[in-house]
Design a protein around this ligand. Sequence first.
Ligand SMILES: [Zn+2]
Length: 242
Amino acid sequence: MSLLSKAYYKEKGGQLVTPSQYEANNRANDIEYPALCISCNEPLFSYGVNSPNVTECFKHHKATNIIHKCPLHSSSARNGFLDRTPLDIENGMSLRNEFFKKENLLCAYELCHKIKGGKSGCLSQSEFIDIIQAADATGIWNYKGIKLWGIMIILLLKSNYSFSSGIQYYYKFKRKKIRRKCPENEWWNDVILQPCFLENNKEVDEKYKKCIPFSESWYQKQISTRHFKEEHAKIIFSYFKV
Ligand SMILES: [Zn+2]
């Protein structure tokens, strides 16, 4: 289960804090500043700080209208079975280091930009930084057996998208075939990213938007032609200090 482990303190784009840092900061300031969601900017509350046997995390307040809209909401359908996937923290740490290399950040930007529509200005560097922060705050590196290409595709779950009409959609994880018992080391087989309307959570018909296969070959095809070079990503690199 991936929990939301970080939030912006006090303001959007502010200091990133863990739940215990958040509470300590408020005590030190003697003011109850808000903790804001990296994705939807809604105020969050901290949960489980100093509780034995509970992993501390941030949670959204119970407002049903943002459940689908925020990629980080614990009740969002986007992650589906991913929330029940076993974790491998050690592998996650080395994968995270690998991801934050210039070349891989650039590939991630290339992919996210393309799926956002591929037009100039469709994905600002600061919006991309929020996607990465959202991914990091939910520990996407830690899913057991996951590889770099899988990380890249999972990033696509952390954003919303628009048709040219302005109607918004998002992607959720879905198995093509229901399997009752999936071996731990092949949970990613037969998985797709299904587009769904943001408004009502209904699946988008294939004739309007195709599903994305969760596969290495699909990812490699997307980044086989590149538009962005290092000089395009100065803000991203300086933000992540690479
Ligand atoms: Zn949120």
